[in-house]
Design a binder for this molecule. Structure first.
Ligand SMILES: Nc1ncnc2c1ncn2[C@@H]1O[C@H](COP(=O)(O)OP(=O)(O)OP(=O)(O)O)[C@@H](O)[C@H]1O
Length: 270
């Protein structure tokens, strides 16, 4: 890997992708993605099914490897660590520590089924270590309160609705005060009447200045709360900018066609 061009420069973005390429065998999924997310920014990623949105998020926290370009998270190159003046492949423990500093919310909640809501939230803290049990549980209760679920602290995931489970998952994702939270279609698996309660929690996080990357099909929500929107198709960023531009006044035919399709049939897989 090559040395960074901007090493040591202040005010680097929290996340920066440069020419990122990723393939699964013959399938080119990311074909040169450029994207920056700054501190406090909520960057929304929209696009058709299969365009590479989830894969891009998963590359940022090393759940997938990438084959070309560079992904920077703050001052480190994802997948690599510095040895002297060289970058070498990151050791598994380095990757694990970095991943603990990035929260992730999945489409299907991914809570531990044998743990209560509180223990699930606390598990997000223990991974970074050093947090005493009592203090962790106190903070866990605060986080559950923040997502409106302190009364459900002792419930197991199977005793919670999908919307409640996803709110617990969000509390867990922010438990370790991560530098960045990734949301991978957080409302796609929910019954329509449960979507709003999850969006409410996410809206609060954007207002609090959480740095977020959100893959979503909720276009109206993106228009309302995003700081920036990236429209991705076939593994490339077709168009990006503020939501007032990309969603209200798209410049590219592909963006317009996608938005029209989603608006005309919200039940269609975009
Ligand atoms: N582990 C994998 N192995 C092989 N192909 C994969 C793998 N993961 C994803 N793909 C393929 O990569 C392409 C992009 O998938 P990805 O999930 O990133 O798309 P997406 O834009 O998030 O779509 P959706 O909105 O449907 O979730 C798809 O064609 C998918 O089938």
């Amino acid at each position: 890997m090559t040395a960074p061009a901007v090493d040591g420069v202040a005010d680097v973005p929290v996340v920066s992708l440069r020419g990122v390429r990723k393939n699964f065998g013959d399938l080119q999924v990311l074909d040169g993605i450029d994207l920056d997310v700054h501190a406090g920014e909520a960057a929304f990623v929209i696009g058709p099914s299969g365009s590479g949105k989830s894969t891009m998020l998963r590359c940022v926290n090393s759940l997938e490897t990438y084959q070309g370009g560079q992904i920077w998270v703050g001052d480190y190159l994802v997948g690599a660590e510095r040895k002297g003046d060289r970058w070498v492949e990151a050791a598994p423990k380095v990757t694990a520590a970095r991943r603990a500093d990035i929260g992730m919310v999945f489409q299907r909640f991914n809570l531990f089924p044998m743990m209560t809501a509180l223990d699930n939230v606390v598990s997000g803290m223990r991974m970074v270590g050093g947090v005493r049990k009592q203090a962790a549980e106190r903070r866990g209760m605060e986080l559950l309160d923040r997502v409106g679920l302190s009364a459900r602290a002792g419930f197991y995931p199977s005793q919670l609705s999908g919307g409640q489970q996803q709110r617990v998952a969000i509390a867990r994702a922010i438990a370790a005060n991560p530098r960045l939270v990734l949301f991978d279609e957080p409302t796609s698996a929910l019954d329509p009447e449960l979507v709003g309660e999850v969006l409410d929690v996410m809206r609060d996080l954007t207002r609090e200045g959480m740095t977020m990357m959100v893959v979503t099909h909720e276009i109206a929500f993106a228009l309302e709360v995003a700081d920036s929107v990236y429209f991705i198709d076939h593994g490339v960023v077709v168009e990006s900018g503020p939501p007032s531009q990309v969603i209200r006044d798209p410049q590219h035919a592909r963006t317009r066609e996608f938005l029209t399709r989603v608006r005309n049939d919200p039940h269609e897989e975009p």
